[in-house]
Design a protein around this ligand. Structure first.
Ligand code: BGC
Length: 514
């Protein structure tokens, strides 16, 4: 398939390219990076429900759970246990800050490799854990791995992909995350039925498989043309661009990469520079998009779906099964984004998905409120419980084609080269921090806010939908090194971008787009 594209943003260029097997294969392998994050997201919730695991490491929590006669909202509230889940995200937060330098100085692929390696060692610590210390060291190493991978993979995919299919290729990361979650949930389903300590050991130890996949993948992957130029390998970069675009005539795109790199060389301190007014839109977006993504409340479902379903009165096996169903729905619905994000654009998906999540969250809150009230006692009938599961699926579907993939895509594609690694580090760090907070606080919040928790997240979904409507310009089809023009054309952000940053006449920019 040959092709240029018609851009809707004034002054943005078209490049020619062919869709080559090479770009498919490299992005497919690159996307493996999402597997380790997904596997961990999916495995922790189930493992912390396994009795042998609790008896071994958290006997107090185990005893408390067995004797719980409290109200439904507070059945599983334990800070210590949630710290096991959430500690990983603090480690990921810290490592993403180092990872940004490695990604910039040594290239994207070595960050991915390091991510796989530390995750691999972490999985061994966890699988063979004899005491809490081993368990925690393992968690921290896993977190380092996730930080490195999440820092480098989205940027890698965005740089490799042809501009007008960047959304679809980048969404491969989210597909891999959800695939990891689903596989982990299925593994937990079986290991939870095993007697003794073997079940949780298998669940935690098998994290070595996605770790090996990303390690081997990173070794065979080439680096992106952008990163090769950034590190002075100009000739190699041109050859790489020709081979991934499938044509020898890549001069225009290549020149844009060179220009972007020249400009980025003026910037010695990406961390200091990202604070300059001209990078204000990127700074705000890389802080707010991950913040909002977590405040959708999605990880309440990811981590605690089994707990939530038990709270609704399902047996523990049925709960794990329902968690599997929501995971599979999320996976399927992520493909909706893969196939539409470059056609309809990011904004349409963000807005539609936001409205869908808002409505379903309010409905879930109302139903749980009516059934359990504020006291948290009561019984929920089968039909009502099934209705709530259906509403959860509708909510998850909305997330799957909006904030899930776009929360990683948009921050990775909006920054010029000189601040890209720093911006992605902020994105990962903010994301991990709020993943940590939600994981850590959810059970306490459920205990205190009760069904109001769903309204709490609904309020944020409402705010973020308005935020996108007003503040995010459409970025579909825009070459990644041309993104400044999009900001310049935006009604609000335009004032922060100096004319020389876009190299076009001010008259051209008069035609503003959203
Ligand atoms: C989010 C995670 C979430 C996952 C699955 C990702 O995009 O960053 O926090 O658990 O999607 O829903």
């Amino acid at each position: 398939m040959a092709g240029g594209f018609v851009s809707q943003t004034p002054g943005v260029r078209n490049y020619n390219y062919k869709l080559t097997p090479k770009v498919f294969v490299t992005c497919f392998i690159g996307a493996f990076g999402g597997l380790i994050f997904g596997y961990d997201l999916g495995i922790s919730g189930g493992v912390t429900q396994m009795e042998p695991f609790l008896e071994e490491f958290f006997p107090y929590v185990h005893k408390k759970m067995k004797n719980a006669h409290e109200n439904e909202y507070c059945r599983f509230d334990s800070q210590l246990l949630t710290l096991f889940t959430s500690s990983l995200y603090l480690a990921a937060l810290i490592s993403s800050l180092f990872a940004s330098t490695i990604t910039r100085v040594f290239g994207r692929k070595w960050s991915m490799f390091l991510g796989g390696l530390t995750f691999f060692i972490g999985s061994a610590f966890n699988g063979f854990a004899q005491n809490i210390a081993m368990l925690l060291i393992g968690r921290i190493l896993l977190g380092f791995g996730v930080g490195f991978a999440n820092q480098s993979v989205p940027v890698y995919l965005s740089e490799m992909a042809p501009p007008n299919l960047r959304g679809a290729f980048n969404n491969g990361f989210q597909v891999a995350i959800i695939f990891g979650i689903v596989v982990a949930t299925i593994i937990n389903y079986f290991t939870a039925q095993m007697k003794g300590n073997i079940g949780w050991r298998i669940s935690l130890g098998l994290a070595c498989v996605p770790a090996m996949m990303i390690m081997i993948g990173a070794l065979v992957l080439p680096d992106t043309p952008n990163s090769l130029i950034e590190r002075g390998f100009t000739e190699d970069a041109k050859k790489m661009l020709q081979s991934i675009r499938g044509i020898s005539e890549v001069d225009e795109e290549f020149q844009d990469l060179i220009d972007a790199s020249e400009e980025s060389k003026q910037v010695k301190h990406p961390w200091k520079n990202i604070m300059l007014p001209r990078y204000r839109p990127q700074l705000i977006m890389t802080c707010f998009i991950p913040f909002f993504q977590q405040l959708t409340g999605i990880n309440v479902i990811t981590f605690y779906a089994p707990v939530l379903f038990q709270t609704l009165g399902f047996g523990s096996k049925a709960s794990l099964l329902s968690a599997m169903v929501t995971g599979i729905i999320e996976l399927l619905c992520t493909f909706v984004s893969v196939f539409t994000v470059d056609r309809f654009g990011r904004r349409v998906l963000f807005l539609q998905g936001g409205i869908q999540m808002l409505i379903s969250q309010i409905a879930i809150g109302v139903m749980i409120g009516v059934k359990f009230g504020t006291v948290g006692t009561g019984n929920i009938g089968k039909t009502d419980a099934n209705l709530i599961v259906a509403l959860i699926c509708i909510y998850v579907a909305g997330f799957a084609w909006s904030w899930g993939p776009l929360g990683w895509l948009v921050p990775s594609e909006i920054s010029p080269l000189e601040i890209r690694s720093a911006a992605q580090a902020i994105n990962v760090a903010v994301n991990m921090f709020f993943t940590f907070l939600v994981a850590q606080l959810f059970l306490t919040m459920l205990c205190h806010m009760k069904f109001g928790l769903f309204f709490f997240f609904a309020v944020f979904v409402f705010i973020m939908t308005i935020f996108i409507y007003l503040m995010l310009p459409e970025t579909k089809n825009v070459p990644i090194e041309e993104m400044n023009r999009v900001w310049k054309a935006h009604w609000f952000w335009g004032r922060f971008i100096p004319d020389e940053a876009v190299g076009v006449s001010a008259a051209e920019m008069q035609q503003k787009s959203v």
